[in-house]
Design a protein around this ligand. Structure first.
Ligand code: ZN
Length: 152
């Protein structure tokens, strides 16, 4: 496993649409392992493959609820709404208020290509939506109602 560089806002890669994963071989699994290690070191809630410069539809989320790996995710259902603070490992020194659905249902594949379905809510749903947006080149700052500077 290796720590990968997290690219920052301004880099064009973050604005591109990621491609579906079709190869569930060793390379994809190594990428996910690297993402996991990179996220842990950065102490973030989630990380999407384009943030490490790989335009593939993969994200991971590590929150109180648990650790999730989603390959080729699709949000199939959204319910309610929540308004709260968000930050991003690719947008250092800022945080903002973003509206997200309260509950979502996601279908995805695991790192071996096996399909699964998961329902998440609250902060976990927020993290999923944030990471999902990365796969379409969308950053939370595009959706934020307000933004402020932070110290880190
Ligand atoms: Zn982000």
């Amino acid at each position: 496993m290796a720590i990968r560089n997290i690219i920052q806002i301004g880099d064009e890669t973050l604005r591109k649409k990621s491609f579906p994963v079709t190869d569930f071989g060793e390379k994809t699994r190594a990428l996910i392992d690297d993402m996991k290690e990179t996220l842990k070191k950065a102490e973030g809630a989630g990380l999407a493959a384009p943030q490490v410069g790989v335009l593939r539809r993969i994200f991971i989320v590590d929150v109180e609820d648990g650790y999730y790996e989603c390959v080729n995710p699709v949000i199939t259902e959204m319910k309610g709404k929540q308004v709260g603070e968000e930050a991003c490992l690719s947008v250092r020194g800022r945080q903002g208020v973003v509206e997200r659905p309260m509950k979502i249902t996601v279908t995805a594949q695991d790192r071996f290509g096996k399909p699964f379905k998961v329902k998440v809510s609250g902060f976990t749903a927020r993290a999923f939506c944030h990471e999902y947006d990365h796969l379409d080149g969308i950053l939370y700052v595009d959706k934020a109602k307000s933004l402020e500077e932070t110290r880190d």
